[in-house]
Write a protein that binds this ligand. Structure first.
Ligand SMILES: O=P(O)(O)OP(=O)(O)OP(=O)(O)OC[C@H]1O[C@@H](n2cnc3c(O)ncnc32)[C@H](O)[C@@H]1O
Length: 171
């Protein structure tokens, strides 16, 4: 079965390959595709839409049987700004399967900069003097002292998608 992943971000690609390791006869292709939402989604709805668009665009571009899209975003609440992440699994002609990941509050000084218009990935690299942190442990890794890294968080999302697919949803 051909599985297309709508990103080349290693944290996401490795998460899909790890999560689906027990599925037999799978081949994976990682493709750069547009999310067709803003570079920094600000709501659950926009982040979900980005994940669905990535999955759909990857499915079509690779002519695969399954398309998977993973999207990061932020969410304003009365408690502050949360990091949010969503995934979608798309098969041709069926409604997308959707799953959400763990969410944690962003520290105030990071949230302020995101509210000011900077993408979270750039804020992280600027304030922490890192490079491409979003391709490795990510904000969730930093702010949990690496108890949960970005790949691990996405592994959980992909397992939630695969489980729904195995259950027979999305057919
Ligand atoms: O290469 P792609 O797949 O586009 O991955 P990305 O990390 O750049 O893009 P996302 O759509 O997943 O995330 C949207 C923005 O939020 C940032 N972001 C989301 N979660 C993050 C995290 O855990 N750590 C750092 N940046 C994060 C990310 O860097 C982007 O600027």
């Amino acid at each position: 079965m051909k599985i297309a992943i709508g990103t080349k971000n290693p944290a996401k690609v490795e998460a899909v390959q790890t999560a689906l390791g027990s599925w037999e006869d799978c081949s994976f292709s990682a493709l750069s595709v547009p999310s067709e939402v803003s570079p920094q989604p600000f709501t659950d709805e926009e982040t979900i839409q980005g994940a669905i668009n990535r999955a759909t665009n990857a499915l079509e571009k690779a002519k695969a049987e399954i398309g998977i899209g993973l999207e990061g975003g932020v969410l304003e609440t009365d408690y502050g700004m949360f990091l949010c992440n969503w995934g979608a699994l798309v098969t041709k002609g069926n409604a997308p399967l959707i799953a959400g990941g763990a969410r944690i509050l962003l520290p105030h000084e990071f949230a302020v900069k995101v509210r000011g218009g900077m993408e979270l990935g750039h804020v992280m690299d600027e304030l922490l003097h890192t490079n491409d942190l979003s391709k490795r442990e990510g904000a969730i890794g930093v702010f949990t002292n690496n108890w949960i890294g970005r790949k691990e968080m996405f592994v959980h999302i992909v397992k939630l998608l695969a489980g729904q697919y195995d259950y027979g949803q999305g057919e």
